[in-house]
Design a protein. Structure first.
Length: 432
């Protein structure tokens, strides 16, 4: 029998923070990831940068270590006061290093096939995979690890969609009509950033939308446009002309946001396209069709940039995300259901796992229906990360026990880092 103190399923932002923290605190830790690399939304989804979530954050040790390690190899910058600007490819390398440093065993390309629950506690997990990568684990033990069940005292479901909780038959929050559109991000290389940045600063004087900074000899920038009418967007005439010229379809312009990437001095990351129709993530046919349509939109947007943006003449699509950017999905019913009233009132809790001021951020596929509502600081209690049905099952990431509106503020990457780290520190107190 393979025995661990803590098993984390899902090697994304929350899962990596939990695994690293558990290893550093001396727990025998196993991290299981379905893909062949760690990093989740950062590496598979190309979701960069990590958004700024305030000045009084807690449980940020992993975020700080990750930022420092990436900075040391040219994969991080601090831009507009936010140090969460990461290089997705180098993040894969650094996360490998951090798991090794923390003596975490890692199984890649591996999924959970079965869970044994006894007396409202997870006792064992079974896995299946095609290929295997491990850290801190001898080759002769690989077959044993795969063939035998894994015994553990605590489980953290960081899959993003409560996959382990679903196998266990846990209760979920019933908000099936409360959804947000998904995105499929991409990167274009071969961009003349110097030329583009000068043009961009000239065409858009709104520094709440468009910014450019010179950092350590490189140019970093950010800009955006949506088809909503609540703001005067400098790029609006170009998008409208592109639709008229049949370069873009009207729905292609519903959301457009771009950023530079540390260590990739000729590349631009796109936070788009936003898939116009809500996709049922449990329907494989619907999901597949949406991804295919999104790639068609990516091709149209790349042509648009080459035709209408100075500096993009020789640009090309260099990377399309391996996974959708999913803002909300299945959420567990925990020991405490966090609400939008808790967030707006800044309710205090005995055992908070995070402190944040990130706004309520609800994307809509319809014009003038999106929400971006700023509030003061708020806390999230650890009880919203604990299953009410399984005593040793925790969840971290977008699948937490929170209502639809509050979850839209809680789901961002720095908050997920804090969730993963905070859970493990809470477990440490249980062990004291």
């Amino acid at each position: 029998m393979n025995k661990y103190d803590i098993v984390i399923i899902g090697g994304g932002t929350a899962g990596c923070a939990a695994a690293y923290t558990a290893g550093i605190l001396g727990f025998r830790t196993l991290l299981i990831e379905k893909n062949i690399h760690l990093g989740g939304s950062i590496t598979s989804g190309l979701v960069v940068p990590a958004m700024n979530t305030g000045e009084n954050k807690i449980n940020t040790e992993f975020f700080d270590v990750l930022s420092d390690e990436l900075s040391a190899i040219g994969g991080q910058v601090t831009y507009q006061g936010n140090k969460g600007w990461y290089n997705p490819e180098l993040t894969k390398v650094v996360l490998d290093k951090l798991m090794d440093k923390a003596s975490v065993d890692v199984l890649l390309n591996t999924s959970i096939s079965n869970v044994l629950v006894d007396n409202n506690r997870i006792k064992e997990l079974s896995t299946h995979n095609e290929i295997l990568s491990t850290y801190n684990y001898q080759i002769q033990n690989i077959n044993k690890l795969l063939s035998e069940p894994i015994e553990t005292r605590y489980v953290i479901d960081a899959t993003g969609n409560c996959e382990v909780a679903n196998i266990c038959g846990c209760e979920f929050l019933d908000e099936s009509n409360s959804q947000q559109p998904q995105s499929l991000r991409f990167i274009m290389g071969g961009v003349n950033i110097n030329l583009f940045s000068k043009w961009l600063l000239n065409i858009d004087t709104d520094r709440n939308v468009t910014t450019v900074e010179h950092i350590d000899g490189s140019i970093h920038l950010s800009t955006a446009y949506t088809w909503d009418n609540n703001k005067k967007w400098a790029l609006k005439p170009l998008f409208e002309k592109a639709v008229k010229d049949k370069v873009l379809e009207d729905s292609d312009r519903n959301y457009f946001q771009i950023f530079t990437i540390p260590g990739m001095n000729d590349s631009i990351a796109f936070n788009c396209p936003r898939i116009p129709n809500i996709v049922n993530l449990e329907d494989t046919y619907e999901l597949s069709k949406a991804i295919i349509e999104a790639r068609k939109t990516i091709y149209r947007l790349s042509n648009f940039c080459r035709l209408y943006f100075p500096g993009f003449k020789n640009a090309y699509i260099s990377n399309i995300a391996d996974s959708l950017g999913i803002r909300v999905s299945r959420r567990i019913k925990g020991k405490y259901v966090y609400t939008i009233d808790d967030l707006r009132k800044g309710k205090k809790f005995k055992n908070p796992v995070l402190i944040s001021n990130y706004p309520i951020d609800i994307h809509s596929a319809n014009k003038d229906k999106s929400t971006l509502e700023s509030n003061g600081e708020y806390q999230l209690p650890v009880e919203s990360l604990i299953s009410k049905d399984i005593n040793n099952l925790f969840v971290a990431g977008r699948c937490i026990s929170a209502d639809f509106m509050s979850q839209s503020a809680l789901r961002v990457q720095p908050n997920c880092f804090s969730m993963g780290e905070g859970i493990v520190k809470y477990i440490k107190t249980l062990e004291s």
